[in-house]
Design a binder for this molecule. Sequence first.
Ligand SMILES: Cc1cc2nc3c(=O)[nH]c(=O)nc-3n(C[C@H](O)[C@H](O)[C@H](O)COP(=O)(O)OP(=O)(O)OC[C@H]3O[C@@H](n4cnc5c(N)ncnc54)[C@H](O)[C@@H]3O)c2cc1C
Length: 416
Amino acid sequence: MPKAIVIGGGVIGLASAYDLRTRGWDVTILDARKPGMAASKGNMGWITPTLSEPVPAPGLIRTSFKWMLQPESPLYVKPQLDLDFIRFLISFWRNCNPKTYDEGLAATAELNRRTMDDFDALARAGVPFEMHKSGLLFVFRDPHHMDEFLHGMENLKDYGYDAPEPLVGAQLREFEPVLTDALHGGYWISKERHVRPETLTFGLEEWLTEHDVEIRAGAPALGFDHDHGVITGVRTPVGHLTADAFLIAAGAWSGRVAKLAGVRLPIQAGKGYSLDYTPPPHEVRHSLYLHDERVAVSPYEGTVRLGGTMELSGINERILQRRAGALAKAGHELLRNWPAKVDAPPAWTGMRPMSPDGLPVIGFLRGYKNLAVATGHAMLGVTLGPTTGALVGEMMTTNSVPDVLRPFSPNRFSRW
Ligand SMILES: Cc1cc2nc3c(=O)[nH]c(=O)nc-3n(C[C@H](O)[C@H](O)[C@H](O)COP(=O)(O)OP(=O)(O)OC[C@H]3O[C@@H](n4cnc5c(N)ncnc54)[C@H](O)[C@@H]3O)c2cc1C
């Protein structure tokens, strides 16, 4: 039986381990802390191919300069004297052009074609997790933003997403009674779903444990041994572990782990926050995107989670209370019965793994025959988790890269 070591037990590492195990690999997962406790825990859990657009988008530079002057804005860039961070930002801004954006959107939407089928397959295979098929409701204060949104939906026509019907005024509030009169209207995308993300990672862990996958918590990868382009082992505090193939799926830390093998990968953290309201102050029927505030709302069994913000401030898990407070403020203004900011629950933070072109980074690392990476999923790590896992499993088993993964090659950064 071939043996694989997966470095990182977030949704991407766990889903990849799942697929490798179903293909007959002997799998060990190493996690620096405990699996499922980083970005994959308190995120919003949306399964939303509609949001296939890369973060670096035309017009973002103008918007972000405006936002940077507002302390509670959805995007924040903290200047730092770190060369990797500065190079990342320059490349990120350069990618805010129509060509790179359109190509990235097409590649990601293509990857997302099988997303719902892959979630259904996981559930059928007996992985236990909480999934809701209630669609995603985009809501707007500003009618002009509704028009812009509809225009953006045209890009997704080829992927089975038709223009949705508008819901305005009383119609909107009848459909989703939690919304206040401050909102003008919205669009409901019925195909979208959401999961409670921590149930997905716990469910995968449970399945993996039952199927003899070894999960080692508190076991960071500290270095690699290699011989003529073949990784022979990984060094950890619990010893030197050998395998036939290795996968780096260490989220925002993936650049640091790749560096241990002498490969430079420009991965930064896109920090976000979430707040859990338990029990919820009002029933919420659908997951909601408060578009003008860029705040997401996910209803789960017994809890409603508010989340958002994008902070490029280096790889750290510090919480800026003022930015987390902006989520509570939006909830108070736009959701009925929602408590004021002072009564908000404590904030959780997680780091989205970000690449400078906003696309996932999946493939074999240059110079190595048996070292692969799967990271950079930014806002789509849950959405693309099972699909990435399945394609990584195929890639590592056949030793060749599936065509749909070609735009995501880590080697696009070979001059980095
Ligand atoms: C506020 C917020 C809301 C979001 N909402 C959504 C959403 O609705 N839908 C969606 O699709 N995505 C969403 N995301 C994005 C999603 O959470 C991430 O893309 C995804 O969780 C990344 O998963 P990962 O496995 O790559 O990384 P992580 O979950 O961060 O896991 C990486 C793991 O690697 C481990 N590790 C690090 N270094 C080492 C090492 N040296 N050795 C071994 N292990 C190591 C860490 O301990 C960690 O467990 C959101 C993110 C945030 C912050």
